[in-house]
Design a protein around this ligand. Structure first.
Ligand SMILES: [Zn+2]
Length: 432
């Protein structure tokens, strides 16, 4: 189903012409309204008149998360405060929050992008969608909420915090769709399974995002809950959820290129990567009014393809995320992403996707321990079975990561569940 053919099925030339025209206007507006960018452009000897087509995007300076922090709270805003109708903020693990703002037009564009995501997942006016992302300063809850309303669906604003209530309402209201993090959805599935209530629910689609997940995890969710699960991507700096999402073919996430221009760069050299090559995802917003950003470095690692998708949409697709360049663990010189562990575990089929990576430094040597939950029966008197499984998992992880791994099997529910982003890594090396 295509919700907006004129916007999502343009030819490559039409997309590039539209992006070029929007970029040119945006650069001129930003140059005159944002001192930070004006100074940067002047330092580079760049004037608004130098930006005339989408090719010229490469001339523009990059923007980083610390640029946003340094301009806390409103230093990069391009409109007077009277035109800002909403603020969101993301809490940084270090230092100050990153504050983002929206004009009325920004909110309209945002809700249209999210509505397109939902339509791509087959959701429409007849659906009832539970939004189980956090509401508040985090963009997840309100982002999905406004998008679903814009589409005409019935929104049930659950937020997070009460799984029992969520499940009761899911049953009683006959919810047909849910939006939450994939790890939380798996937790909901387990809770339903334990209560023997899986057959009482009518969910047909799930919109999952805010943390990286794998195709295997999607299969697990789809099988357990008998629904179709879709991937939604976004970041508050660029807009919030709805910057990109996948269609029913799941061959990468379509980027809404009429609003955001994606580039993939080598994070070391900052040079552009070839189509299909993995690098850091960079976005330039071309319609944002309150907080337009040039070439924002997301730290997310992915690759891009401009090939037309089987679904008919022509917007570029980014592959499922390989992790974040700042979430990436370097252990004895090997790059390790939690998603690789998840993928390998799920492929084995004998263990649940609840796991934790613990990195420690022992005698100046980095050691990776992976804790994995396994069924209770493995902890019965047959110690041999537990040993065999431990060996098997160590072997699987070692070949997946190219690194020796210490495996510790733990009983069900040992690893802490999360209603937001799942915590997968404890890096003790930083504590020393
Ligand atoms: Zn598609």
């Amino acid at each position: 189903m295509i919700w907006n053919e004129t916007k999502e099925c343009m030819s490559r030339d039409e997309i590039r012409n539209l992006q070029g025209a929007r970029l040119k206007k945006m650069v001129s507006r930003v140059y005159h309204n944002v001192e930070f960018y004006r100074k940067k452009m002047q330092e580079m000897g760049l004037e608004p008149g130098d930006i005339n087509s989408i090719e010229d995007i490469k001339k523009l300076p990059f923007t980083t998360k610390s640029d946003l922090r340094d301009s806390y709270p409103f230093g990069l805003f391009a409109v007077p405060q009277s035109e800002v109708v909403r603020l969101h903020a993301s809490s940084g693990t270090t230092g100050k929050a990153t504050v983002v703002g929206y004009t009325r037009r920004d909110i309209e564009n945002w809700q249209e992008c999210v509505a397109r995501v939902l339509a791509m997942a087959g959701i429409g006016a007849h659906d009832k969608i539970q939004v189980a992302y956090g509401y508040g300063l985090f963009t997840g809850g309100l982002g999905l909420h406004y998008g679903a309303e814009n589409l005409g669906a019935t929104v049930i604003p659950m937020s997070t915090g009460n799984t029992q209530k969520l499940i009761t309402m899911m049953e009683d209201f006959g919810a047909t769709a849910i939006a939450c993090t994939p790890s939380y959805l798996l937790h909901i599935a387990e809770t339903l399974e334990e209560a023997g209530r899986l057959d009482k629910i009518q969910l047909k689609a799930a919109i999952c995002g805010a943390e990286p997940w794998t195709d295997n995890m999607r299969n697990e969710i789809e099988t357990k809950l008998n629904l179709k699960a879709y991937d939604i991507y976004g970041l508050s700096e660029i807009m919030g959820p709805g910057v990109a999402a996948d269609c029913e073919y799941h061959r990468g996430l379509h980027v809404y290129e009429d609003h955001f221009v994606p580039e993939i760069i080598n994070p070391e050299t900052l040079e552009p990567c070839k189509e299909g090559e993995i690098g850091e995802l960079v976005f330039t917003t071309i319609t944002k009014e309150a907080l337009p950003l040039f070439r924002y470095r997301t730290r997310d690692l992915t690759s891009i393809t401009y090939e037309k998708c089987e679904c008919g949409r022509t917007h570029a697709r980014i592959s499922r995320f390989k992790g974040r360049s700042d979430d990436m663990l370097i252990i004895r010189g090997v790059n390790v992403f939690p998603s690789q562990v998840e993928s390998a575990l799920l492929e084995m089929g004998e263990v649940s996707p609840h796991y934790m990576l613990i990195v420690d430094r022992v005698n100046n040597l980095d050691v990776l321990e992976v804790q994995v939950e396994v069924e209770e029966r493995f902890f019965s008197d047959e110690i041999k079975e537990l040993e065999n499984l431990t060996k098997k998992i160590s072997h699987v992880l070692q070949s997946a990561l190219g690194l020796a791994v210490k495996v510790k099997l733990v009983e069900p529910k040992t690893i802490q569940r999360s209603e937001g982003k799942a915590k997968r890594v404890i890096d003790r090396r930083k504590l020393v």
